[in-house]
Design a protein around this ligand. Structure first.
Ligand SMILES: Nc1ncnc2c1ncn2[C@@H]1O[C@H](COP(=O)(O)OP(=O)(O)OP(=O)(O)O)[C@@H](O)[C@H]1O
Length: 300
């Protein structure tokens, strides 16, 4: 479990992370979304124990993560820019990892060779960007980490490899309750991976949601009333995130329990009633609009 409590980090006078709190439960996959400069990398580096927060506490399994060897042996951070020892082959990098990570599992490393199909005798610095990223995942998953922290992990991977890596992550989450924290600019890239999503902006989490709840809790509804004078009374009974009128048809984005919403709406005489599917991206757009943000300024 990752627990971040009131953490701040400033570079010179600029607050990259500002009084941020976050918790990621064991065995879950948390997606941290935000635009360039939102503070994602700064936060991830502190959680991984690389950088020290100016203020606040960060704990992994109840222990502070900063420079804590016992924690670092169980936590892997794959940064956005990946570093390997110059001139090292994949096999040589694997033996370095074997030294530093007590849970290194050679059998897993050998098994994963099928998924990644990169020759272990190749020098890592000569591999392509995407292949380097594959090697980083291959090494990381072979240490059987309890916590995996990924900064923009999809970058440079082709669609087939993205899918493979997602499946490998799901497998470790399901079988070993690995906890994953993953950052991205793009909701679409990670929405099928995460069970929780937080959006970071100016060093803070401005909205945080459980994906299942979000999907069952937000509805897109089209209605036309027989008597338009009942409109105001009806709308006052609903938690409306967004509304648009096209002629006599009202398009509503409504929060709440579907059955209750149906009951309220159907107590008014209607000419049309349609419940339409919503994408996760749409839900975030409307939820953020509700708290006064324009998503276009925050996410791609
Ligand atoms: N080492 C540093 N020295 C000075 N300023 C820094 C440093 N690292 C980050 N910053 C600043 O902190 C802010 C947050 O940067 P950070 O890299 O955490 O954002 P990010 O959300 O990861 O962005 P991106 O998506 O572009 O990677 C930015 O304004 C950045 O310029």
């Amino acid at each position: 479990m990752i627990e971040v409590h009131s953490v701040s980090k400033a570079y010179n006078k600029h607050k990259a992370v500002n009084e941020l709190s976050l918790s990621v439960t064991k065995g879950s996959i948390y997606g941290l979304l935000g635009s360039n400069g939102a503070g994602k990398t700064s936060l991830l580096k502190m959680i991984a124990g690389i950088n020290r927060p100016d203020k606040g506490t960060i704990k992994i399994d109840q222990q502070p993560s900063y420079e804590n060897v016992a924690i670092k042996e169980r936590v892997i951070f794959i940064p956005d820019v990946i570093y390997f020892f110059p001139q090292a082959t994949v096999a040589q990098m694997a033996s370095q990892y074997r030294k530093y990570y007590p849970n290194w599992n050679q059998e897993r490393f050998n098994q994963l060779a099928n998924a990644f199909s990169i020759d272990v005798n190749r020098k890592v610095h000569r591999l392509s960007k995407g292949m380097k990223r594959q090697v980083a995942f291959w090494l990381a998953l072979s240490t059987l980490p309890d916590v995996l922290i990924l900064d923009e992990p999809i970058d440079g991977l082709d669609p087939v490899m993205r899918k493979k890596i997602k499946n490998l992550l799901f497998q470790d989450v399901a079988e070993r309750e690995m906890t994953v924290l993953v950052s991205s600019h793009n909701l679409r890239e990670i929405e099928d991976l995460c069970d929780h999503v937080g959006i970071m902006h100016d060093g803070q989490i401005i909205i945080e949601k459980e994906i299942d709840d979000l999907k069952t809790d937000t509805h897109k509804i089209q209605i036309a009333l027989s008597d338009p004078t009942h409109e105001e009374h009806l709308l006052n009974q609903l938690h409306i995130l967004h509304q648009e009128k096209r002629g006599s048809i009202l398009l509503l984005i409504v929060k709440g329990n579907e059955e209750k919403i149906r009951k309220i709406i159907q107590s008014t005489e209607l000419l049309l009633f349609d419940l339409l599917p919503l994408t996760l991206e749409e839900i975030f757009i409307y939820e953020m609009e509700d708290i006064g943000y324009e998503i276009e300024k925050i996410l791609l």
